[in-house]
Ligand binder design. Structure first.
Ligand code: RIB
Ligand code: CA
Length: 330
């Protein structure tokens, strides 16, 4: 139900492998009044799904958002062997950040059942922001045929169209780790917005952005400093990038600021043939396949405008947390 001026918050479920940039996306969602965060479904990827659940609960406690449901999903890809990313996100998935063990618990419901239940319970109302390997979504699609028509849209952080890969020379991490899940989603008929490396690699969080965030010192700013310090060291060592690519927050931001990007409606597929192109996403720009577009792809981004929003929202979240702590101490 939306008000006449469409001011009601957008209902969002985030499917995530938290992960440092995932954590930043979760914080951005909690900092943005345009979003109602309906839940976090956790998937294998940057770290194990078990560690991802712990990280998600810890991040919610850090942001004083204990009521957001968390559910555990798949710990393995559909076909491929497990592939985690400790070199990128650290052994426990949050870089050098050491959050207290969470007191919160996940719901005792598998992620695919949660995704099905919540979307069928609110048909055409819930947007899923998928920022990890797509295994949970593929399972939901196979388990419940009505899932595809119940989901309003899915914003997928994943793929590399004209951009080089970040996991193989051709493939991006989320589509490489579980290419079969990506294939199932890409051919599901669900309205998809793809947010590939082509745009996310223009969104580099730098030391200057962190120093702006640290103008309001808080547990949030301390966490982001510690988590991104590891992530920046990775980007420097492996890709000679000064800063770190915040892929997932861009995907989340497009849920309420789609104007940050320009899109093309394209037929996009993902290679599952098992060769050197495994997990590579490719777009039929010249429409040679004769196949109808199956998604809209973000190919241009106003990176500085997005990064400014990210910094401003994180500062606002810090100020909110600090005000709540002052109130609690009175
Ligand atoms: O390739 C970048 C994506 O893979 C991001 O979502 C990152 O968190 C990892 O999941
Ligand atoms: Ca991720």
């Amino acid at each position: 139900m939306t008000h006449p001026d469409n001011c009601s918050p957008k209902r969002i479920l985030i499917d995530t492998d938290p992960g440092i940039d995932d954590a930043a996306a979760i914080l951005l969602a909690l900092a943005s009044p345009e979003i109602h965060l309906e839940g976090l479904s956790i998937v294998h990827g940057n770290c194990s799904v078990q560690q991802g659940v712990i990280n998600a609960l810890s991040i919610l406690e850090l942001a004083q958002a204990p009521s957001v449901p968390v559910v555990q999903g798949c710990e393995l890809p559909l076909v491929q062997p497990a592939l985690l990313a400790p070199e990128t996100h650290g052994e426990r998935g949050l870089g050098y950040a050491e959050l207290p063990a969470p007191s919160l618990q996940p719901l005792p419901q598998p992620a695919c059942d949660f995704l099905i239940e919540r979307t069928l319970g609110a048909p055409a109302e819930i947007t899923i922001v998928a920022i990890g390997p797509l295994t949970n979504l593929a399972l939901a699609l196979r388990k419940e045929p009505l899932f595809a028509s119940a989901v309003k849209e899915i914003i997928v952080m994943g793929g590399a169209i004209r951009h080089e890969g970040n996991t193989t020379p051709l493939a991006e991490f989320n589509t490489y780790v579980d290419p079969h899940a990506a294939y199932i989603l890409f051919h599901s008929g669900i309205p998809i917005t793809l947010v590939p490396l082509d745009v996310t690699y223009q969104c580099i969080l730098t030391e200057a952005h962190l120093q702006r965030i640290e103008q309001v010192p808080s547990p949030i700013s301390v966490f982001l400093r510690q988590a991104t310090r590891f992530y920046m060291e990775f980007h420097d060592e492996y890709q000679a990038i000064e800063g770190c690519v915040i892929n997932d927050p861009l995907a989340l931001a497009l849920a309420f600021r789609p104007d940050f990007c320009k899109y093309e409606e394209l037929y996009v597929d993902v290679d599952i043939s098992g060769g050197v192109c495994l997990g590579k996403t490719f777009a039929d720009f010249y429409r040679m396949s004769g196949k109808a577009a199956n998604m809209r792809v973000a190919l241009q981004v106003q990176a500085e405008a997005f990064l400014d929003l990210f910094v401003e929202r994180i500062i606002a979240l810090s100020q909110k947390i600090l005000a709540q702590e002052v109130k609690r101490m009175r």
